[in-house]
Design a protein around this ligand. Structure first.
Ligand SMILES: [Zn+2]
Ligand SMILES: [Zn+2]
Length: 340
């Protein structure tokens, strides 16, 4: 098998040849057909997750079952599958209420164990989600994270309802899909970005109001609040890895509103208790997604409600994993998909 390995933070990945993987009890080996390159992979390369090196990145993947370990049933070699990247125990206090993304002994593919920037990946059998033979596996791959992450924030964390105003800060791989998911849910969407091209994409995906955050554009928070109308926006989704934008999101949220933080900044921002108290507003972290989020976005994609064309424009062989990470870091693409 081939794998792209990170040996040192800030370094280029090495493409190496490794022995074929062997599944143990309750494990399967999946032949990777597609793996999205995500902002988290850039974050990983910088050392953001403190992963133990060497590590093979890659957590947004789909493929076909190649080999099945002892004790696994209900799956056959050759079955097409999406991968749920969060290994979970199924028994702890979080797993027992269905919040398996918060498992107390969570291990993430491509962060704590070797991921799918590889021709094969070894995963627990409970982490494969069967898909339809006619599904495009590149689309399945990006649906598992780029679409499921904002879906989780909007549907499970915030429980947004039709007619609500949803502000999305940042129209990247996550934010663009926050826009289309919110529009699908019947919300009135305000998109905020520094980039005219990304605002245009947000409009195509269903945003009604476009707010420029370019340096010469004026006060973003005022523009958002004015567009949202009396009371301000009830839902603000923050997808930019920036403490400055974290603060803007909190300042923009309306009466009784919720801020959903998805963009992972490690820098602090300041917040005054009274600004939350007077608005009875709340700030939530939203971390990844649960397997049902993947099943639901797959169904919405099959029915044509959610699209992923904007995420699939740049497909590269595994040998170009470094170029794909560089493209994302430089903002040249929303996503690339590696096709091992
Ligand atoms: Zn990701
Ligand atoms: Zn657990």
């Amino acid at each position: 098998m081939q794998a792209a390995v990170l040996r040192g933070y800030g370094q280029a990945l090495d493409l190496v040849e490794r022995p074929a993987l062997t599944p143990g009890p309750d494990q399967v080996v999946v032949q990777v057909k597609a793996c999205g390159v995500c902002g988290s992979d850039v974050f990983l390369r910088k050392g953001g997750f403190d992963s133990v090196l060497p590590i093979v990145p890659g957590h947004e993947a789909a493929g076909v079952v190649a080999r099945i370990g002892p004790g696994v049933d209900g799956v056959r070699e050759g079955d097409p599958v999406a991968l749920y990247y969060i290994e979970h125990c199924g028994e702890c206090s979080m797993c027992s209420i269905g919040r398996v993304n918060m498992c107390l002994s969570v291990r993430r593919m491509g962060v704590e164990y070797d991921g799918a920037f590889a021709s094969e990946v070894l995963v627990p059998a409970r982490n494969i989600i069967p898909v339809e033979p006619e599904d495009d596996l590149a689309a399945v791959a990006v649906l598992t994270d780029a679409v499921a992450t904002p879906y989780h924030a909007l549907v499970r964390i915030a429980d947004v309802q039709p007619g609500m105003t949803v502000v999305v800060f940042g129209i990247g791989g996550i934010g663009s899909n926050a826009v289309q998911v919110a529009a699908h849910l019947g919300c009135d969407v305000i998109a905020v970005s520094r980039s005219p091209a990304k605002l245009e994409l947000a409009e195509q995906l269903g945003a009604r109001v476009l707010v420029s955050a370019a340096d010469d554009a004026g006060d973003v928070v005022e523009a958002v609040r004015a567009a949202a109308g009396p009371g301000g926006p009830p839902i603000v989704v923050q997808t930019v890895g920036s403490a400055e934008v974290d603060a803007q999101a909190v300042a923009a949220v309306g009466i009784g509103g919720q801020v959903l933080l998805i963009g992972s900044s490690v820098s602090p921002f300041s917040i005054r208790a009274v600004d939350l108290i007077w608005k009875e507003a709340s700030v939530h972290g939203s971390r990844g997604f649960v397997p049902d989020d993947i099943r639901e976005v797959l169904a919405l994609h099959r029915s044509g409600v959610l699209i992923v064309d904007h995420l699939l424009g740049r497909q590269r062989p595994l040998s170009e994993a470094n170029e794909a990470l560089d493209d994302l870091e430089a903002g040249r693409v929303l996503r690339s998909v590696l096709i091992p």
